[in-house]
Design a protein around this ligand. Structure first.
Ligand SMILES: NC(=O)c1ccc[n+]([C@@H]2O[C@H](COP(=O)([O-])OP(=O)(O)OC[C@H]3O[C@@H](n4cnc5c(N)ncnc54)[C@H](O)[C@@H]3O)[C@@H](O)[C@H]2O)c1
Length: 309
């Protein structure tokens, strides 16, 4: 059993990761500034093996990081809209605070960085871990900067995730699949920008499956970068909308207008597949899960959260 710190442990991905690690018996500490409120972690308070710290990573100190075997660094300003809404916070939280965390770590501590496929650019080409990153947004730029900082130290792993979908204790309706299904149900129409551009998707539980591998296959993953997703889940936005249309009756409106977030790529996941990793949950299962959620749920506003910064 490991002593684990999860920065951003109150977030969309962090709460699922916390839940799974606690159930496996690890000692888990959540470190978060709770910019999306406290509700996502209330279900963890009664776990004897869970500690919850309210901290801002901008003010993190060496003592906050001491004694942990693994540090899963997820805290950050996540996604294109959030970074554009507060560019200064994006730079300071995503880059400068990551630098601070790295500077405080002991050599033997394993750092697992929550990276992204978002910085692979807009060429529409196939990208693997050897492709040169070409970030086209502030989010992509700050995430790539932070990944480089993490990977310059020994004992780090970077997982470059596809865009996640599915339900979490801290729900994110801004993620592409989650957003499209929400609009399909609630607006009965979906306006597409840059409809031919290709993105890559993965269910939240499959993201956690990759994180678990960093504990069980550390020796094979250490000092390395992995794309995390599925070769079967690279779809254009139009293809995704049509897939949702098989489950929900709504109108697809292809605007022919560009998307400000101009990402467009096909991601190759062979490197992590070679370690035995495969995604279990299909896009259709994810869509069904989201339809169930949105039959009763309305989202919390991103702008309410950004007021905290
Ligand atoms: N969700 C995805 O599709 C996806 C894909 C690739 C990479 N990632 C990365 O994974 C990480 C987690 O993403 P998420 O989807 O869970 O986003 P999220 O916004 O739900 O989680 C981020 C968490 O970080 C916390 N946080 C933000 N600023 C902080 C600060 N200054 N101090 C302490 N805590 C702070 C927030 O309160 C939140 O709980 C991010 O770094 C993101 O870039 C996410």
């Amino acid at each position: 059993m490991y002593n684990i710190l999860i920065t951003g442990g109150a977030g969309y991905k962090g709460t699922k990761l916390t839940e799974v690690f606690l159930q496996e018996g690890h000692k888990v500490t959540i470190l978060d500034n709770f910019m999306f409120g406290f509700n996502p972690v209330l279900g963890f308070v009664d776990y004897h093996n869970c500690t919850i710290l309210k901290r801002d990573i901008r003010n993190i100190c060496e003592a906050d990081l001491k004694g942990f075997d693994f540090i899963f660094h997820l805290a950050g300003i996540s996604g294109y809209p959030a970074c554009e809404a507060n560019p200064h916070a994006a730079e300071v939280v995503n880059v400068n605070s990551t630098k601070k965390i790295v500077s405080f770590l002991a050599k033997e501590q394993v750092l697992v960085y929550a990276s992204t496929t978002s910085f692979y650019g807009s060429s529409g080409e196939i990208k693997d871990e050897n492709s040169v990153p070409e970030p086209v947004s502030l989010y992509g730029k700050t995430k790539y900067e932070a990944e480089k900082i993490c990977m310059e130290r020994e004992n780090s792993i970077a997982l470059r995730f596809a865009t996640l979908f599915g339900v979490s204790r801290r729900m994110r309706c801004d993620l592409l699949v989650n957003d499209f299904v929400y609009k399909a149900i609630n607006e009965r129409s979906l306006v597409l920008f840059d409809s031919k551009s290709i993105r890559t998707y993965l269910h939240l539980k499959d993201a956690v499956k990759a994180y678990k591998m960093t504990l069980t296959q550390t020796d094979k993953m250490i000092n390395s970068v992995f794309n995390v997703g599925s070769n079967d889940m690279n779809f254009s936005k139009l293809e995704l909308a049509k897939r949702i249309n098989k489950h929900v009756d709504f109108k697809i409106i292809d605007s022919d207008l560009p998307d400000f977030d101009s990402r467009n790529f096909v991601i190759n996941y062979d490197k992590i597949n070679k370690l035995g990793y495969n995604a279990d949950i299909s896009i259709d299962e994810g869509i069904r899960e989201l339809i169930k959620l949105y039959s009763f749920y309305k989202p919390f506003s991103l702008y309410q959260a950004l007021d905290c910064l």
